[in-house]
Design a protein around this ligand. Structure first.
Ligand code: HEC
Length: 181
């Protein structure tokens, strides 16, 4: 996206450069046209200037958002995926079947759609599913793990940051444990 803006800025500069040189080389007897051309060149130049100002450095807020990106991806995981204009969608997220009132979705589906974002790769220090990372966690007892998964625990977001029921969180925890023993 930024690349495109930079390109068109360069193009504008090039155009206004050509116009300015045409203006200065033009003979005196076409003064009226020259003036118009010069005015256009000035207008183009100031447009280019405005464009230049429109690309500020990322603010502290934006930098924070970028740092939070993995969490944001996790949050929208159950409802969609992240794509950028004009680019292939580089992040594939398993889409979760919609919730049905009173029916808890199975742990493997919930895990793949929500928890895998962090627990497959060990993102932000998450214990990796299917590894010994889980031994000390399992030793805490299921009640504690359920509680921490439902209410959050340090960098572990409550319910994995998703809008799922307590029973669904428990199904996902059971699935992690079954894969990690
Ligand atoms: C944004 C990343 C992220 C997502 C998404 C995520 N987790 Fe976690 N999870 C973590 C991190 C980081 C920890 C380690 C926290 C710590 O021990 O300080 C953790 C720890 C846990 C623990 C262990 C808690 C304890 O007491 O040791 C459980 C259980 C857990 N996650 C379950 C889940 C389940 C179930 C899901 C999906 C519904 C999920 N997590 C989604 C990051 C995530």
């Amino acid at each position: 996206m930024k690349k495109i803006v930079t390109l068109s800025f360069a193009t504008l500069l090039a155009i206004s450069g050509v116009m300015t040189s045409q203006a200065s080389e033009a003979p005196a007897n076409v003064e009226a046209t020259t003036e118009t051309q010069a005015e256009t060149a000035i207008a183009e130049a100031s447009k280019a200037e405005a464009k230049k100002e429109a690309i500020p450095e990322d603010s502290a807020q934006v930098k924070k958002l970028i740092a939070m990106y993995p969490q944001l991806v996790a949050r929208i995981a159950p409802v969609g995926k992240v794509c950028f204009d004009g680019e292939e969608c580089d992040i594939n997220i398993t889409v979760l079947a919609p919730a049905v009132e009173g029916v808890a979705r199975p742990g493997d589906q919930l895990y793949n759609a929500i928890c895998a974002t962090c627990h497959d790769a060990g993102l932000v220090g998450a214990p990796k599913t299917g590894t010994a990372d889980w031994a000390p966690r399992i030793a805490k007892g299921k009640a504690t793990l359920y509680d921490h998964a439902i209410n959050g625990f340090n960098a572990m977001p409550a319910r994995g940051g998703a809008d799922i029921s307590d029973d669904e969180v428990k199904n996902a925890v059971d699935y992690i444990i079954s894969q990690s023993q």
